[in-house]
Design a protein around this ligand. Structure first.
Ligand SMILES: [Mg+2]
Length: 392
């Protein structure tokens, strides 16, 4: 098969609640959906959520990167097997130039190609994971995978919702912190109190994500040490990438694992942290990290170095990315934490037929047997359309 056309949809989807953390506030999500059509008529979709403050990308940069960099690497080439296509995709590295890391563009394009060809050859995308060799079986014992939840830093919301989420069977809870140390302390104390018995057993976990909020290690320690004393067992991205050199020292003093999110977009960036002592882990997110293969490469690296990793999501991602992430969850049940597949809990409407949403207690959603395992409803996609371009 050969790619006959690529269409890029720039969409804006309304969210059910406004999201706020130390770096952003939004009530809509601006996503890019790529549609790839093959010469035999098979069609596949991929998605990226470009976040300027993380990768430097915008919807416009995604269009340019797919058109000028990623698609030309496959244009005109013909593939006889799914493996052959997979090997061609493995050769495409993430383009990083002028301070922009074009990983969301790579993710959206790669997933669309994997989906279309998976349908053409009758395979799911996980069929290609063995091409990476090193991914192999999960390291260490792993529990059945469970998705967790992230709580907004709103006291009333935590008070009202945490009990319900606990009853719903969730195990892993994450709180956003960093806007106001005093409020953070009160929020974490409230959550710790509501989860107390479960945290002790331990049948629940509590962690925080600061989204780069603290200006230096001293400020981070001052704010985080009291939270750790309350039972916080892991901290995500305490400081911005300008403080990357100081993260390992902070992890040593804090005494709980640190996961980096905004600081790790590529395998090279991950390498630097997961080999440290103590190893600093990674929040692996498909769009931020350049798609399926690059995410698996980072997971394999974390395993080799004994670093923890999380399978995370982007606020506002649709069932397309959620389905791809579900594949990663199947391949990496040893992820320390999983979050995603919120579907219509977060989106006013999804762009897929049916849904890819976690079940009771955060059980993984079901997906179909070929490609990413989800059917896109293009009529719905067009409701949120800001613009589209097609090239051949
Ligand atoms: Mg994060």
């Amino acid at each position: 098969v050969k790619i006959s056309s690529v269409t890029i949809f720039d969409i804006s989807i309304p969210l059910r609640l406004a999201f706020r953390h130390s770096k952003a506030e939004r009530d809509r999500s601006r996503n890019v959906v790529v549609r790839v059509e093959l010469d035999n008529g098979a069609v596949g979709y991929g998605e990226g959520v470009p976040v300027a403050y993380v990768t430097g990308e915008t919807s416009e940069s995604v269009v340019a990167a797919v058109r000028d960099r990623y698609f030309p690497a496959l244009r005109g080439r013909s593939f006889a097997t799914y493996e052959q296509l997979g090997r061609a995709l493995l050769e495409i590295g993430p383009v990083v130039e002028g301070g922009v890391c074009h990983t969301s563009a790579k993710c959206a394009f790669e997933l669309a190609v994997l989906d279309a060809c998976g349908r053409a050859f009758g395979h799911s995308i996980d069929h290609l994971a063995p091409l990476l060799g090193a991914v192999g079986p999960a390291a260490g014992p792993s529990r059945p995978p469970r998705y967790g939840v992230a709580l907004t830093a709103d006291r009333e919301w935590i008070r009202k919702r945490l009990r319900l989420l606990r009853l719903y069977g969730f195990r892993d809870f994450k709180l956003k912190v960093g806007l106001d140390p005093k409020a953070d302390l009160e929020n974490v104390a409230l959550a710790a109190r509501l989860l107390r018995r479960r945290l002790l057993r331990p049948r629940a976990t509590l962690r925080v994500d600061a989204n780069c909020a603290y200006p230096d290690p001293e400020a981070a320690l001052r704010a985080l040490e009291p939270l750790v004393r309350l039972g916080v067992e892991c901290v995500e991205q305490p400081m911005g990438p300008e403080n990357d050199d100081l993260v390992v020292g902070l992890a040593r003093r804090l005494g709980v694992p640190i996961l980096l999110d905004e600081s790790v977009r590529t395998l090279g960036e991950a390498e630097r942290f997961v080999s440290a002592d103590p190893p600093v882990g990674v929040n692996v997110r498909l769009s931020k990290n350049g798609g399926f293969f690059d995410s698996l490469r980072i997971i394999a690296l974390c395993r080799r170095r004994g670093a923890p990793f999380q399978l995370g999501c982007h606020v506002g991602e649709t069932g397309i990315l959620a389905a791809a992430q579900r594949r990663l969850v199947g391949l990496a049940p040893d992820a320390r934490y999983i979050e995603g597949a919120f579907g219509t809990h977060l989106l006013e409407e999804d762009v897929i037929c049916g849904r890819v949403r976690f079940g009771f207690g955060g059980r993984p959603p079901k997906v179909g047997p070929v490609g990413l395992g989800v059917e896109v409803d293009e009529g719905r996609l067009r409701k949120f359309l800001l613009g589209s371009v097609r090239f051949q």
